[in-house]
Design a protein around this ligand. Structure first.
Ligand code: NAP
Length: 470
């Protein structure tokens, strides 16, 4: 699939193959952009700023609605592409596309409500006699760098609010799964003047470094690993950045919780997309009084999940993104077992597949507990009190989301207050997001918020205009 620069499809001789992790077949290939291509995309995005600036908010909104209709018509085709390149079960890919289409609609709505406010300058010394107001201005060019695991929805969370706030964009999708994102960008770009949306493929560091270093790119909106987030942050200097990074989300089950609901949350949270979810449940913290009941039911439900061909509608768990990723999970699990963890269910790898795995007898120094494990492994930690559960939940460098199961409103509010995370859900697992909510973590999980309205805020600058009426 080609890159898109200034409305033209661009292809290079040097390619990256996109491999289906289920059967190792080549799905397609994408070009490796060189410096010239990257600079052309930057120039094209800068030239196109004028065309967006000349559009009324109503026109931008209507065009986004048109793009929404086109994307809606193509959602099944794109869902299949996601499954082929990521290995994600088709029912989850269809879910991702439903959300992506709705996210675009949210942006079409938001394009009409980007407000400034009137400012009473006479509340300050020497401000009497002024009429003043603020205006939200686009930043200019927003570069969107995105990961493999939710290739369309995470990209649309950058492109759609960028356009709604009249910024032009350059998308750089993950090399392992660029196809559906490129196709989505092409569909939206068709509704706008040339250069409003550009896309580049190729080496993450090469494309990324040029975009981050360029004085003609006004913002980097990045979703991906903590390691690359730190690199971008160090390099970006004064440039605006949003970083949506990794997670190590806790699911807490307190004494008296609805265990069936908690188990449902644990199964979804730990094993959705084979555990390759930033807000996936990575640590399960259970009160000793309900530990046996929870663990037994969790094992029973997990063992019913069906591994298989991700194109098959009945498949629950597909492969990981590649064999290296699966080997990484295997090593992390083996290290934990060597350090005393007890294997309760699953634990086996076959090529790119990894069984849903549950382990107990966990201590907090295990690598698997300290770092984000991007695979279907659920460690169960036993606690004796709500305070201990909160202490363990917060004992991590990450703070993306958290889920707490309890029927006790005091415990619910205590956890909601004291757990360090961008979102805390009561009686829902952390692996939950609606596309209008403010989404984004604290600590190493990132900087800034997404969710259309909040992304728009982060993609605008505020100008004050003051009229001296004296
Ligand atoms: P990744 O390795 O960090 O890659 C993400 C993107 O960054 C890719 O497009 C990659 O390009 C690019 N990149 C690589 N090196 C770069 C550099 N030096 N400068 C700029 N960009 C560079 O992440 P991933 O493995 O695709 O995704 C998994 C990670 O993403 C996990 O840690 C997960 O938690 C996180 N994630 C976070 C969220 C969130 O919203 N908080 C959502 C989903 C995933 P190449 O592919 O070409 O290398």
């Amino acid at each position: 699939m080609d890159m898109l620069i200034n409305g033209e499809k661009v292809s290079k001789n040097e390619k990256i193959q996109v491999i289906n992790p289920y059967n190792n077949e080549i799905v397609d290939e994408v070009s490796i952009a060189n410096k010239n291509d990257i600079n052309n995309a930057i120039e094209s995005a800068n030239r196109a700023k004028k065309s967006l600036d000349e559009m009324s908010a109503l026109k931008v909104s209507n065009k986004l609605y048109d793009a929404y209709e086109s994307l809606r018509k193509n959602k099944k085709e794109l869902a299949k592409l996601i499954t082929l390149e990521v290995g994600k079960p088709i029912k989850e890919s269809l879910g991702e596309m439903d959300r992506s289409v709705e996210t675009l609609k949210l942006a079409a709505e938001e394009a009409k409500r980007i407000y400034g406010e009137s400012i009473p300058l006479d509340a300050g010394i020497n401000g009497k006699g002024f009429f003043a107001f603020t205006k939200k201005m686009p930043l200019g060019v927003v570069a969107a760098i995105t990961p493999f695991n939710y290739p369309v929805n995470l990209a649309i969370h950058k492109i759609a609010p960028a356009i709604a706030s009249k910024n032009t964009t350059i998308l750089k999708p993950a090399s392992q799964a660029p196809l559906a994102a490129l196709k989505m960008a092409e569909i939206i770009a068709n509704e706008f003047p040339n250069g409003v949306i550009n896309s580049l493929t190729g080496s993450g560091s090469e494309v990324g470094n040029v975009l981050v270093d360029s004085s003609k790119v006004d913002k980097i909106s990045f979703t991906g690993s903590v390691a690359i987030g730190h690199l971008i942050s160090a390099r970006a200097k004064m440039k605006k950045i949003t970083l949506e990074l990794g997670g190590n989300d806790p699911l807490i089950v307190l004494d008296g919780a609805n265990i069936e609901e908690a188990v449902k949350g644990a199964v979804t949270g730990s094993f959705l997309n084979a555990g390759q979810v930033c807000m996936g449940v990575k640590r399960i913290i259970v009160h000793e009084n309900v530990q046996d009941e929870f663990t037994n039911l969790f094992i029973e439900k997990s063992e019913k999940l069906k591994l298989g061909n991700p194109l098959d509608k009945s498949t629950d768990i597909g492969p990981l993104i590649d064999e290296n990723a699966a080997i990484c999970v295997e090593e992390s699990l083996n290290n934990a077992i060597n350090d005393g963890a007890e294997l309760l269910s699953g634990g086996k790898r076959k090529d790119t597949f990894f069984e849903p795995t549950i382990i107990g007898n966990i201590n907090e120094n295990m690598d698997l507990i300290i770092n984000e494990t991007f695979g279907p492994v659920a460690p169960i930690i036993t606690v004796r009190s709500t305070d201990e559960a909160i202490k363990i939940a917060n004992n991590t460098n990450y703070a993306l989301q958290a889920g707490v199961y309890t029927e006790n409103y005091r415990d619910a509010l205590k956890c909601a207050n004291e757990i360090e995370a961008g979102s805390v859900f009561i009686n829902k697992q952390s692996t939950f997001r609606t596309d209008n909510m403010p989404f984004g973590g604290f600590k190493d999980s990132g900087v800034g918020k997404e969710g259309i309205k909040y992304a728009v805020e982060d993609m605008c600058r505020t100008k004050l205009i003051g009229l001296n009426l004296r």
